[in-house]
Design a protein around this ligand. Structure first.
Ligand SMILES: NC(=O)C1=CN([C@@H]2O[C@H](COP(=O)(O)OP(=O)(O)OC[C@H]3O[C@@H](n4cnc5c(N)ncnc54)[C@H](O)[C@@H]3O)[C@@H](O)[C@H]2O)C=CC1
Ligand SMILES: CC(=O)C(=O)O
Ligand SMILES: [Mg+2]
Length: 396
């Protein structure tokens, strides 16, 4: 980790800027790039709106939209303070997938207003990455935008996290010689990330999965104000177990934390089954200090880049949007998400899998390309691709 002064220095004036594709050095250039020449292009798009994909930045540009209410694990720190994270995501989009991304931090927490604003800016973008919007509001915002817009809408904290977690869990279980269906799995923190992680693991074959939030395990015997918890309770925790994390974690094979820093004790970890797997994914501070936990777990992962096994949605969002944009997808659907998870786990040859290598490195250039190809194929097969997938990558 760099010292604070270096990090502040790196953020002076922000982290991204606009670059020109064509120089403007004389009046001839000016007349083509801007008025009067540009008017012909405008008229062409006015006659045929789909030309916007060909003649504007729409084809390769996404908005990273946040209201600043669930920024990393820092909570509701507001739109101004959220900006460095959204700029960071925009930088990662460009670095890893060649996608141009614009951070958009909104000074409103009103669900209807956020939906209205995103719909109003949508003509500019080929996709929308929703980010760090608190649950349960984030679910309605995403669902409504998916239904009402014809470009991919993807809440990364939900789906990007779930996709990478599934890829990591599948590989970690292989290392431990266990299966999803036979494992006891605890998902701690049932907000945007946790609910989506839990549902994706259940869809992939998990059975004994127990969701836990601040007040303990979510059980079908209880009625919750949060309808998403009632929905999860009905499909998980088959024996209706109740109790605090320290109780239900006993005998667990897998712990996945997307909750808050330092909430998992070493004795909780020690009460788990042999060959235990711990994904302490809260950012910036994981559920347990990895240095303390490492000697007591078989596979350990965090959301951080300074330890092995980084389980972070950065492994997913550049590739999934690259694929979606390259085939003009109108949606990012379940088939595409599953294809992305399988693509990530497939990057590691089974012979190379081990405790410290269950998930590929974010700098492994195979990751984005594998996800891109898998996502385009899934989009095409499921009927949400506007045009034939681009088979040759122009990313690298
Ligand atoms: N590694 C990764 O790729 C990702 C990590 N995260 C991290 O996961 C955490 C949650 O993020 P979101 O789901 O977006 O936030 P959220 O605000 O939607 O949900 C957080 C949930 O955790 C619960 N929680 C808080 N403290 C808890 C505790 N002590 N025990 C049990 N539950 C507790 C809250 O009640 C809430 O339901 C954050 O730290 C975030 O940085 C989120 C997305 C991706
Ligand atoms: C990684 C991420 O999206 C988060 O911690 O919120
Ligand atoms: Mg996030």
């Amino acid at each position: 980790m760099r010292i604070l002064g270096d990090i502040i220095e790196l953020h002076q004036g922000g982290k991204i800027e606009t670059m020109l594709k064509h120089p403007i050095v004389n009046k001839e250039d000016l007349a083509k790039v801007y008025t009067p020449g540009v008017a012909q292009v405008c008229e062409e798009i006015a006659r045929n709106q789909s030309k916007a994909y060909e003649l504007t930045t729409k084809k390769n540009t996404v908005a990273v939209v946040s209201d600043g209410t669930a920024v990393l694990g820092l909570g509701d720190i507001g739109p101004h303070a959220a900006m460095p994270v959204m700029e960071g995501k925009a930088a990662l989009f460009k670095q890893f997938a060649g996608v141009d991304a614009v951070p958009v931090c909104l000074d409103t927490k009103d669900t209807e207003e956020i939906i209205r604003i995103v719909k109003a800016i949508a003509p500019t973008f080929g996709g929308i990455n929703l980010e760090d919007i608190a649950s349960p509001r984030c679910f309605e915002i995403e669902a409504r935008l998916r239904a009402e817009l014809d470009i991919p809408i993807f809440h990364d904290d939900q789906h990007g996290t779930a996709i990478v977690s599934l890829a990591g869990v599948l590989n970690a279980l292989k290392v431990c010689g266990k299966t999803l269906a036979q494992s006891r799995i605890i998902v701690n923190g049932l907000g945007a990330a946790g609910l989506s992680v839990a549902k994706m693991l259940l869809k992939a074959g998990a059975i004994e999965l127990i969701g836990v939030d601040r007040h303990g395990a979510i059980s079908r015997d209880m009625e919750y104000d949060n309808p998403h918890w009632n929905e999860l309770a009905a499909m998980s925790n088959p024996h209706g177990e109740r109790g605090a994390l320290s109780e239900v974690i006993r005998g667990a094979d897998v712990f996945i934390g997307v909750s808050a820093g330092n909430i998992l004790s070493l004795s909780d970890v020690q009460s788990m089954a042999d060959d235990r797997i711990v994904f302490a994914m809260a950012n910036p501070v994981p559920e347990i200090d990895p240095v303390i936990a490492a000697p007591f777990v078989r596979v350990l992962a965090t959301g951080r880049s300074d330890f092995p096994n980084q389980i972070n949605n950065v492994l997913c969002f550049p590739g999934i949007f690259r694929g979606a944009l390259d085939c003009g997808a109108t949606d990012i659907n379940e088939d595409m998400k599953l294809a992305a998870a399988q693509a990530i786990s497939s990057v590691i040859d089974p012979a190379d899998l081990n405790e410290h290598y269950i998930i590929p490195d974010v700098f492994d250039v195979r990751v984005v390309e594998r996800i891109r190809l898998a996502v385009m194929e899934a989009a095409y097969r499921s009927g949400v691709a506007r045009y034939e997938p681009l088979v040759v990558s122009d990313v690298h």
